[in-house]
Design a protein around this ligand. Sequence first.
Ligand SMILES: [Zn+2]
Ligand SMILES: [Zn+2]
Length: 245
Amino acid sequence: MNGNLLQRAICLLLPTSCALCGAGGDDTLCAECVAQFFGAAAAVPRCACCANPLGSGSVGATLCGHCLAHRPAYDRTLVASDYALPVDQLVLQLKFGHRLALAALMARRLVAVVQQDDAWLADPPALLCPVPLGPRRLAQRGYNQALEIARPLARALGIALQARLVARVRETAAQSSVAPERRRANIAGAFAVPAPALALVRGRHIGVVDDVMTSGGTLDEMAAVLKRHGAARVTNLVFARTPPH
Ligand SMILES: [Zn+2]
Ligand SMILES: [Zn+2]
C-alpha cells in the first residue's frame, strides 16, 4: 500500500474523518489534504490586491493587470484556496447544507495564511466584520456563513469581531446569478455603516471576511462604503477565490 492509499485508509478508519477525503466527513482535514489543497503545492503567486493568480508573464509583479487599470476600493485580499473542486464542496456544504462546523475548518486555513503573510503581521486589522446578508436571505438560511467563519477566525487571531459594522440595506440578487456586466449595478447601494458603528470605522484598518470571492464586486462595494466613512485600510479575508475564466 503506498502512502497515499494508507493515508486515505487511515482517514476512513478514524472516528473523525477528513471533510475532503473521508467518507463521514466532519470539520477536520487530514494532513495530506491540507498539503495537497492548501499547502505549498497549491500556492500560486497572487495579486496583492485582489488575489487573482498572477500569470507566468508577470514575474516580479505584485498587482494584476485589472487592479493596475482599475484599483478596487479594498487594499488587499488574502485567500486560502481557489474556488475549485474539491474545496468548493466545503463552501457549498456550509452555505446550503447547514454544515456549520465547516466554518471552523475554513477559519483555521485562513489563520494559516495570515500567519505567513508579512504585511498582515506588520499591520493586522483592528477589527473584523463579515459581509452581511440581507434580512430576507438571513431568514431563509438561518445563519450568515461569513459570520460563522469570522467568529472562530477573530477568536484565533485575537482581533475584535464587529458583526454589525456594515448592514445590508437593500436585498440583491446573488451575484453568481447575475451576468458579469450587471453585477456592479446589482450590488451598488447595498451596504451602509449604521450610526453606532461610525466611530469604529473612522481611521481603522478593517478586515472583511467572506466565504467566496467571485468577481470581487461585493467586496469592492463593501470597501468603498467603509472608505467613504473614513476607514484607513481594508483587507479581505476570503476562504476561496474563483479563478478568472
Ligand atoms: Zn483528507
Ligand atoms: Zn488584482
